[in-house]
Design a protein around this ligand. Structure first.
Ligand code: AR6
Length: 172
């Protein structure tokens, strides 16, 4: 980020954020799921899924790779775009931190391409994909700090007190 970028933390629901772009913790299929993904499609309506299907029929016939990001409309969400990214799964042997960092970096790169100035991120990979919250928070905050971007506000939206506290420990 740049000296003028602000990093903010909110405890709440990412689908309620009035920002330019909301980041979705998607899966490679781009066709929906639970958690953040389910909430975004439920609240954003069918237009988002329509564009995801078009992406699967064109650029991403084999799915969106882990660590990559792509934008669609935000449908009925109070945002202009959804940036879909696929976090890595945390397994018994651990997880690939470079892929988790790539989700944040690539999402900000897409945000810059779109001209988005405010971007809301969830704690990618910390739900169904099992990444330990403290480690995920450290990777998220460090990566955003290290990434050159014209985004003016990066907002982390944490669902509960525990995840909010984990991120707060790295944002001072
Ligand atoms: N707003 C903010 N944070 C939320 C919300 C919400 N509405 N709902 C859940 N969280 P997850 P992942 C938190 O599972 O681990 C899906 O099925 C949640 O408490 O959404 O990257 C996809 O289709 C957790 O801390 O994403 C994929 O298959 C964090 O958001 C898979 O899950 C991320 O949890 C992706 O798994």
């Amino acid at each position: 980020m740049s000296a003028s970028t602000s990093l903010t933390l909110v405890q709440g629901d990412i689908t309620e954020q009035a920002v330019d772009a909301v980041v979705n913790a998607a899966n490679s299929s781009l066709l929906g799921g639970g958690g953040v993904d389910g909430a975004i499609h439920r609240r954003g309506g069918p237009e988002i899924l329509d564009e995801c299907r078009d992406l699967r029929a064109s650029r991403y016939g084999r799915g969106l790779p882990t660590g990559a990001a792509v934008a669609t409309t935000a449908g009925r969400l109070p945002a202009r775009w959804v940036i879909h990214t696929v976090g890595p799964v945390f397994q018994a042997s651990g997880g690939d931190a470079s892929l988790l960092a790539s989700c944040y970096r690539e999402s900000l790169r897409i945000a810059d391409e779109l001209g988005a100035r405010t971007v809301a991120f969830p704690a990618i990979s910390t739900g169904a994909y099992g990444w330990p919250m403290d480690d995920a928070a450290r990777i998220a905050v460090e990566t955003v700090r290290e990434t050159e971007t014209a985004v003016e506000e990066v907002r982390f939206v944490l669902f509960d007190e525990r995840s909010f506290a984990a991120f707060a420990a790295y944002v001072s």
